[in-house]
Design a protein around this ligand. Structure first.
Ligand code: NAP
Length: 318
């Protein structure tokens, strides 16, 4: 860039960010994608994706995301490994005119005319006393990353949504038994996923039950879970070698602070579909979606954000 100001910076390299990159790159805007902590986002940590149109037999999540990355690269997208510490969305010159948006990477600061925030959402933890100390020693939020380590062992999965069902089903490849622990008797999971899990002979269900703590921090590995039945109040210890969490996600929007509208859980609230109250700043994917959270919806809003960025650049004469 001759003036060191980018046309488009995209924060996040998941399905939404990469779709935005494909569109912006094909418009000759040479977008820069900042990878973030989890390059590839949630798709890179999932297994078979059966509901992304165009793949009648399904496609592995990491393969889908690799394809998108190659597609974005082919049209001139640039990538930067880094994590955004903050953004300044409303810089003004002394005469009151608008200055480019600043993206703070800690050691470096980048300037851009438009910014697409596609930073996604990250797995949630339960917040138990021993949980963090046992991450990597039997506590995990990524079945595809860590399931392999528990071959022939008993595993617990927490949650009652599609993520928990998907994790439980995947983990049956390794585990001798998977116990799915859910705090209610009703499930958010789609019927097809719930039925598959229910029919699987390696999966047992434990409903109306919460985890009070993970055992045993003194042994530096998971040996069991302290459980409590919410209806009876009964507490007991269940031996298990691992606890996998599938309890939903938290949006990655901390770096925005209060510069954009956010809901009670921190999700960004777009104006219309993907616009924001800050000129030149667009929002796409799971960071603004507490409802649908599908790969295809993330891709769709990524496309919209790139088209809006292109239109904005035209309007300001760039
Ligand atoms: P979700 O649907 O919000 O489900 C989260 C589950 O975790 C709920 O059952 C919830 O219990 C439980 N939970 C949340 N906080 C908890 C806590 N502190 N303690 C105990 N349990 C807790 O999230 P998700 O399963 O990640 O799914 C999100 C979206 O992605 C959905 O739209 C889903 O369809 C989609 N998804 C699709 C696929 C697929 O199609 N292959 C795979 C994964 C995800 P309550 O029900 O009691 O609130």
């Amino acid at each position: 860039m001759p003036d060191n100001i980018r046309n488009v910076i995209i924060i996040g390299s998941g399905c939404s960010g990469l779709t935005a990159a494909i569109y912006a790159a094909r418009a000759n805007l040479t977008p820069l994608v900042i990878d973030g902590h989890e390059p590839g986002g949630q798709l890179s940590m999932t297994t078979l994706v059966e509901n992304f149109p165009g793949f009648p037999d399904g496609i592995q999540g990491p393969e889908l995301i690799d394809n998108m990355r190659m597609q974005a690269t082919r049209f001139g997208t640039e990538f930067l490994a880094g994590h955004v510490a903050g953004v300044d969305l409303s810089r003004k010159a002394a005469d009151g005119s608008r200055k480019p948006i600043e993206v703070n990477l800690g050691r470096d600061k980048l300037l851009t005319r438009t910014l697409i925030i596609a930073s996604g959402a990250s797995a949630r933890w339960l917040g138990l006393p021993n949980e963090q100390a046992l991450i990597g020693h039997g506590v995990s939020s990524c079945a595809t990353c860590d399931g392999f380590f528990f071959s022939g062992k008993e595993i617990a999965v927490i949650g009652g949504g599609d993520s928990a069902m998907e994790e439980a089903l995947f983990l049956t490849r390794f585990a001798s038994k998977v116990t799915l622990i859910h705090r209610r008797g009703e499930f958010r999971a789609s019927k097809i996923m719930l039925d598959r899990a229910r029919k699987h002979d390696k999966i047992a269900f434990l409903c109306d039950t919460v985890v009070d703590d993970v055992l045993d921090v003194s042994k530096k590995e998971v040996t069991g879970l302290r459980l409590r039945n919410l209806k009876t109040g009964e507490q007991w210890d269940m031996p298990t070698s691992a606890m996998f969490l599938g309890i939903g996600h938290t949006p990655n929007a901390q770096f925005v602070g209060d510069q954009l509208a956010r809901d009670g859980e921190g999700y960004l609230i777009p104006e219309g579909y993907v616009c924001s109250r800050a000129p030149g700043v667009f929002i796409s994917g799971d960071v603004a979606d507490r409802h649908y959270r599908q790969a295809v919806t993330a891709a769709g809003t990524g496309c919209m954000a790139a088209l809006e960025a292109e239109k904005y650049l035209e309007e300001i004469g760039k």
